[in-house]
Design a protein around this ligand. Structure first.
Ligand SMILES: Cc1ncc(COP(=O)(O)O)c(C=O)c1O
Length: 407
């Protein structure tokens, strides 16, 4: 899809707008599966949290993907999209035993990441197969908020607690069918990933009934021209070889699993917003758009970078702008960015807007969430309506002061 298509979509569906290119999602999925084609059993579980629109989930279903979920609600979305429970893994953090039991009852694969819940679950349901999330204590990932495998992280069961973990498994006689790690997003160096994988292989030897080893995710995608990205082809070559060797030693068929979010959907997403105002100050020129961190919070939350283009004036002279939102506190998308000259009414296009963008949107400042469009076979299809005032008021209960004051 090109700038003209994106401009037409904003004409048709209004602004601000999310657009997802189905073909890009499919090509990323195929890129990953072909990188691991040497493995006998491969399972890609798309991480729903990245972008959870039901039409996107259906697209993954059509490609043969499974799902990685973190809440009962995500599991329900997956089921509504047509996934078999056995094709869904539930990898929550800090949720109640009750929620885990509710999900297990649906026949979904459970992944437990702490000893307390493991012991309680194993004691009550020794026959339900459980995967264990290991924290290998490998520092990988970008921003500290998305690095989750290090020593201070709340995620996973510490590799140093392996004796305790094995005691629980033995005492409860529970069935462990998988082990898992996820060290964080934006892994730059595949050697670090391979090092963490070795820890997982070592751990796997302690369990005799594994069906799968889940290596989580964390693939880095490029955010700008010439940016580093995880070389999945090289990782595929190296890890497949090592995995196949391990499987042989293990003596039981094993599935290699991944659960990527960003890798599959980040680059497929475009966020489009209209420039409400161009404001020259003594220090900079602001381009204020009809959006804010209520629609796209990643720059404010993680300091993440989104390439921004003025698709209304692609040939215009470049100038420096700070692109800001309309929220009544600091709400900056980009500082002093070189962008083709902006005029009020122009449409700015944010790249890498597929992952953790709409799914983190809120109604802050009582603003509506934007519409979402799927670009499929050369045409835009509305997959979520723009919210209206009814959505803002839904669920609110009006307290009638007048009546309560009547004596
Ligand atoms: C357990 C787990 N798996 C998978 C993912 C997806 O990561 P990414 O979007 O970097 O692929 C996350 C992201 O937070 C996660 O916490």
């Amino acid at each position: 899809m090109n700038a003209k298509d994106l401009l037409n979509l904003t004409e048709e569906f209004g602004s601000a707008l999310y657009v997802y290119d189905a073909e890009k999602i499919q090509s990323q999925y195929n890129r990953l599966t072909s990188s691991f084609s040497k493995v006998n059993r491969l399972r890609i579980n798309y991480a729903v949290k990245a972008l959870s629109n039901i039409s996107i989930l259906k697209l993954f279903h059509s490609m043969g993907s499974g799902l990685d979920t973190v809440s009962y609600q995500e599991v329900q979305l997956g089921l509504a999209a047509g996934f078999e429970p056995s094709r869904i893994i539930f990898t929550p953090n800090g949720v109640s035993l009750e929620e885990i039991e509710m999900v297990a009852e649906l026949g979904v694969q459970i992944n437990i990441d702490n000893l307390s819940i493991l012991e309680q679950f194993g004691t009550k349901h020794p026959h339900i197969p459980v995967c264990i999330r290991i924290n290998p204590h490998v520092m990988a990932g970008g921003n500290t908020n998305i690095s989750v495998g290090h020593i201070d992280s709340k995620f996973g069961i510490s590799i140093h607690q392996l004796p305790h973990l094995l005691r629980i498994v033995e005492n409860t006689n529970m069935h462990i069918n998988g082990i898992h790690m996820h060290t964080g997003s934006d892994i730059l160096d595949i050697e670090v990933f391979l090092y963490a994988a070795e820890i997982l292989f070592e751990t796997a030897k302690h369990f005799k009934t594994l069906d799968f080893i889940d290596f989580g995710s964390g693939f880095k995608v490029p955010y700008k021209k010439d940016d580093i990205e995880t070389n999945v082809e090289e990782l595929g070559k190296k890890l497949s070889k090592r995995f196949n060797k391990f499987e042989e030693e293990y003596g039981r068929p094993l599935t290699l699993a991944f659960e990527p979010g960003k890798f599959l959907v980040s680059e497929a997403g475009y966020f489009l917003a209209k420039v409400n105002v161009v404001k020259q100050t003594t220090s900079t020129v602001f381009a204020g758009i009809d959006s804010g961190f209520n629609h796209l919070i990643r720059p404010m939350l993680y300091g993440s970078y989104h390439q921004i283009e003025n698709i209304s004036n692609l040939k215009g002279k470049e100038r420096f702008y700070s692109v800001v939102g309309y929220i009544c506190e600091t709400d900056t998308f980009a500082n002093n960015r070189r962008i083709n000259e902006i005029t009020e009414g122009d449409i700015l296009c944010f790249r890498n807007a597929g992952a953790y963008c709409f799914s983190m949107a809120s109604n802050y400042n009582s603003r509506f969430k934007p519409a979402e469009v799927l670009w499929f076979e050369g045409k835009g299809h509305l997959i979520r309506e723009r919210e209206t005032m009814e959505d803002i008021l839904r669920g609110q209960v009006v307290f009638e002061f007048e009546k309560s004051l009547v004596l």
